[in-house]
Design a protein around this ligand. Structure first.
Ligand code: 13P
Length: 250
């Protein structure tokens, strides 16, 4: 893996409004600088401003994704939901699936698997989130949990080119805590091994997420088996987001 092809996915969660679109100008300008042209930037705002982001990033290299989708492929009587087909139709190229905040509000591994299958069917790139919670970590169950989530989530998946696995330890999200370089490297290696057993010889892209910021990025970007980052809080501030990209682009 080369440092020059890192992915930087901004997950805006339930933040942002029409006005926030203006803050993207800086990032667009930055993304055009020749030195950083190969950085792959993806923004995942809430559904309400997905269309605005798509419009804003037209004719740029920056891509847009949704933060979730329904597991039914297409349309149907599902009040309050949005399908992968709709996300694709509006012009998104990515979708986050299985985020721990969605798992907390009812996403099961079976639902996640259906969401992944429908998203691939609609030609979306899937950012498939996995990760252990604190209790599981303390019980030394991390590897087992990761393996379980990967196997269930990727069941029946055939097109692995569209899959990005995002390792987000639940206890690290929004807490300011990250694991040691050594531990993170080891966990990513475990994920690679689990994936290898599912699809030998496929070069999976693995992202890391959980309290990534402009301070710890120096350390995180040294971990050579990570292909990019899924960034929450720090991605909403253009200066911080740009700083993260710059610092990991040595
Ligand atoms: P933070 O970067 O705010 O910890 O959030 C991580 C995350 O959940 C990204 O999907």
């Amino acid at each position: 893996m080369t440092n020059k092809y890192k992915y930087f996915v901004a997950n805006w969660k339930m933040y942002g409004n029409k006005k926030s679109v203006n803050s993207l100008k800086k990032v667009i300008k930055f993304s055009k600088m020749s030195k950083f042209k190969t950085a792959k930037i993806v923004y995942c705002p809430p559904y309400t401003i997905l269309g605005d982001f798509i419009k804003k990033f037209k004719n740029t290299n920056i891509k847009v994704g949704a933060q979730d989708c329904h597991f039914i492929d297409g349309e149907g009587p599902y009040t309050g939901f949005v399908s992968s087909k709709m996300i694709k139709q509006i012009g998104s190229q990515y979708v986050i699936i299985g985020h721990s905040e969605q798992r907390k509000s009812g996403d099961t591994d079976i639902k996640i698997n259906k969401k992944i299958l429908s998203s691939i069917n609609n030609n979306l790139n899937v950012i498939f989130c996995i990760g252990e919670n604190l209790k599981q970590k303390k019980k030394n169950l991390t590897k087992k949990i990761l393996s379980y989530q990967i196997k269930k989530g990727l069941n029946k998946v055939k097109n692995f080119n569209k899959i990005f696995v995002a390792y987000e330890p639940v206890w690290s999200i929004g807490s300011g805590k990250i694991q040691s370089e050594k531990e993170l490297f080891k966990n990513i290696e475990s994920i690679r091994l689990i994936l290898k057993n599912i699809k030998n010889r496929h070069q999976f892209k693995i992202l890391y997420g959980g309290s990534v910021n402009d301070k710890n990025i120096n350390l995180l970007s040294k971990i050579k088996n990570i292909d990019g980052f899924l960034i929450g809080g720090a991605s909403q501030k253009p200066n911080k987001f740009i700083d993260i990209i710059k610092k990991s682009y040595i």
